[in-house]
Design a protein around this ligand. Structure first.
Ligand code: IPM
Ligand code: MN
Length: 372
């Protein structure tokens, strides 16, 4: 398959973790005989410094012309410490989400069997956790009208949703539930918010077309308690933009590290793949950031294009690294391995999935195992 992939490394650890994911895609290209073309483009604080804009026109053009975007992270201390800055790195993300119509943000939260001991939560709680969050990404409070009074003492952010915006992601979530455990949990705050009441109405109506899927509705405050105490009870979680942002961060804590969770942002024309973590500026250039979330984002990218064997091959290589303890220090009990080393190890172990059973473990410590 031929794929044009836009590479948007961005800020902080973004470029470092992205580089590891690219190594993996190159290994896939070679092993499975595909043709991937990579085009780098600036985004975030780095782009502001270079062009004055967080998302320069050239970057949007490259993204629009691509089949997929692989994204690192954006945000820098300079802007985090100055929330009033008029031009901000995050604006690039919002513009990308809006202009490319990326309305469905999919965040799978699955415990890695080799890391059940590494979560802050007990093994008996997290065992079997395997759910996926469908977060609405291009509307809601993130995009509603914003205002601050002239004297700066009153501010407001409008949360607005239309039926169409709810139903297009709801259908995707129900379809996903049909392929999984037939359970969908709508997370909202319908006891308080008008928008949540609309979500409930639309989603309940749509659920009639998916009779095999059990629909459960939970208020967000109750949902976070249940997610923490009994995460394995969830299958597909459907929610609006801001609740999705918050509960997906909780998801990363459940499975052991924010450095592990990938995401796919899907629209009708474009698709973007990125780790859910931020730019972690304190770690920039130190070779300590966990590349797994970004590498796992390539698994979602490959699945998106129907390259399932290839996706399995990357996932197996990641699992092998975790099984062998080749991981970065953010994981409890983490070892000394650096970003580069973990990336090399995983890329070096990408093989045709059928042959994975025959990996010779002896050379694994060298970061490259041999096929026998
Ligand atoms: C995410 C991030 C972004 C969001 C930030 C960087 C604006 O936290 O994708 O989860 O809130 O959507
Ligand atoms: Mn977030």
């Amino acid at each position: 398959m031929q794929l044009n992939i836009a590479l948007l490394g961005g800020d902080g650890i973004g470029p470092e973790v992205l580089a590891q994911a690219v190594k993996c895609l190159k290994a896939i290209e070679e092993t499975f005989n595909h043709q991937f073309t990579f085009t780098e483009a600036h985004v975030g604080a780095v782009a502001i410094a270079k062009t004055g804009k967080p998302l320069p026109e050239e970057t949007i053009e490259i993204c629009k012309a691509s089949d997929a975007i692989l994204f690192g992270a954006i945000g820098s201390l300079e802007y985090d410490n100055n929330p009033n800055a008029a031009i901000r790195p995050e604006q690039a993300l919002f513009q990308l989400r809006k202009e490319l119509g990326l309305f469905a943000n999919i965040r799978p939260v699955k415990v890695f069997p080799d890391l059940v001991e590494n979560s802050l939560l007990p093994k008996k709680v997290i065992s079997g956790t395997d759910f996926v969050i469908y977060r609405e990404l291009s509307s809601g409070i993130y995009f509603g009208e914003k205002s601050t009074s002239e004297d700066g003492t009153v501010a407001s952010d409008l949360c607005k949703y239309s039926e169409g915006e709810i139903s297009r992601i709801a259908h995707k979530a129900f379809k996903a539930a049909k392929k999984r455990k037939n359970k969908l949990t709508l997370v909202d705050k319908a006891n308080v918010l008008e928008t949540s009441r609309l979500w409930r109405k639309v989603v309940t109506e749509i659920s009639k077309s998916y009779p095999e899927v059990e629909l459960e509705c939970l208020f967000v405050d109750n949902a976070v308690v249940k997610m923490t105490m009994n995460p394995s009870k969830f299958d597909v979680i459907l929610t609006e933009n801001m609740f999705g942002d918050i509960i997906s961060s909780l998801g990363s804590v459940i499975i052991g590290s924010i450095g592990l969770l990938p995401s796919a942002s899907i629209g009708n024309e474009n698709a973007m793949f990125a780790p859910i973590h931020g730019s972690y500026p304190q770690a920039k250039g130190k070779n300590i950031a966990n590349p797994v979330a970004t590498i796992f984002s390539t698994v979602l990218l490959l699945q998106h294009f129907g390259l399932h064997e290839e996706a399995r091959s990357v996932a197996s290589a990641v699992n092998l690294s975790l099984r062998k303890g080749i991981f970065t220090t953010d994981i409890l009990g983490g070892s000394k391995y650096g970003t580069d080393y973990v990336g090399d190890f995983i890329a070096g172990n990408i093989v045709d999935a059928d042959e994975n059973a025959n990996i010779n473990d002896e050379n694994i410590g060298l970061g490259r195992s041999t096929i026998i």
